[in-house]
Design a protein around this ligand. Structure first.
Ligand code: GLV
Ligand code: MG
Length: 325
């Protein structure tokens, strides 16, 4: 290990993160009763400019009145380049009581963006003598944000997670797509011809690089990487495939922009029972080996060492968190 210690952010379940527009209070109760791990009440892109003030009021009322149970509650504020943002922060903290857990900052471009919001949140928290410190989730969804992703990830002690905002990221990089999180068949390669001259088109994942880059920065900073939205709400198979590749890369969860996506995300980001059992067996086998003064052991014909222990520990801790819920 490096001598540099990566401090881990507050541990929370973040398998599914449900987006709920602040301008649609009729959805709040249903969201509160859903199986989502995290709910973010949106003041940004799902809310039309004329509805911003009312959406803010709706959210403040919900923070005071709706029983969200043990869910993690976040509010997505408007961007730092808008005139709504300072009041989003101040009103939500001054009038929303203690229920709010996180603030989601969209379109973060630089570490200074995070620093500025931290300054505002700190002042508002202190003036309200708030007991619970608000954490930050940041959406990486611009070329600038991706370029500065590690500095952003390490810009504040409040930081908890990075989210891949695929729709705005596509717009910012001028990627050739109009879908949200879908693929473009042109991002593909042709295989060499086989004996009969036949060639196959092999699709690649056009989001692999930015998503990986964000996952690395998040993990290097001790934060949760979370995959963003998938727009085809009538295509659960494609959602699963998109969520699976994010899970394989190390993401902790994915957004649900429709309630039907919550269960899919929870399923995909919950480690399967057999993997948890295997992880527990790895820990037992290594404990036994260490008692005998050995640094490695074998389990089911495979070598296991301290790296296997670290992987197994992560898996078992996640399973415990899920069981507690
Ligand atoms: C989310 O905000 C996105 O732009 O994908
Ligand atoms: Mg966005």
């Amino acid at each position: 290990m490096s001598f540099f210690e990566v401090e881990q952010a507050t541990t929370r379940l973040n398998r599914s993160e449900l987006a709920v527009p602040g301008s649609s209070p009729e959805f709040f109760e249903k969201a509160a009763k859903s199986e989502a791990d995290v709910i973010f009440l949106d003041l940004e892109d799902a809310v039309a400019p004329d509805d911003k003030e009312k959406a803010r009021e709706n959210i403040i009322q919900a923070l005071n009145d709706v029983d969200f149970g043990n869910k993690v509650i976040s509010v997505r504020i408007n961007g730092l380049d808008t005139h709504y943002m300072y009041r989003d922060v101040i009103d939500v903290i001054e009038k929303g009581g203690e229920r709010l857990d996180l603030i989601m900052i969209p379109k973060v471009g630089t570490a200074q963006d995070v620093y500025s919001v931290d300054m505002l949140v700190t002042q508002a928290e202190n003036s309200m003598k708030r007991k619970k410190k608000i954490g930050f989730e940041m959406i990486i969804e611009t070329a600038l944000g991706m370029q500065n992703v590690y500095e952003i990830a390490t810009a504040s002690k409040r930081n908890e997670s990075l989210h891949f905002g695929i729709a705005d990221y596509a717009a910012s990089t001028k990627a050739k797509t109009t879908g949200i999180g879908t693929q473009n068949p042109k991002y593909s390669v042709l295989t060499d011809p086989d004996k009969s001259g036949k060639r196959d088109v092999v699709w690649s994942d056009m989001w692999h690089y930015p998503l990986s880059r964000m996952v690395i920065a998040a993990r290097a900073a001790g934060l949760r990487p979370v995959d963003g939205p998938f727009g085809e709400i009538k295509d659960p198979d494609a959602y699963e495939s998109s969520a699976n590749r994010a899970a394989v890369l190390g993401c902790e969860g994915k957004w649900a922009i429709h309630p039907s996506q919550i269960g899919l995300a929870n399923k995909i980001f919950t480690p399967p029972e057999e993997e948890v059992t295997k992880a527990k067996r790895i820990l037992e086998a290594m404990e036994e080996a260490q008692k005998q003064g050995k640094g490695a052991a074998s389990l089911d014909g495979r070598l296991i060492d301290l790296a296997s222990v670290r992987q197994a520990t992560v898996m078992v801790q996640k399973a415990e968190l899920i069981n507690k819920k």
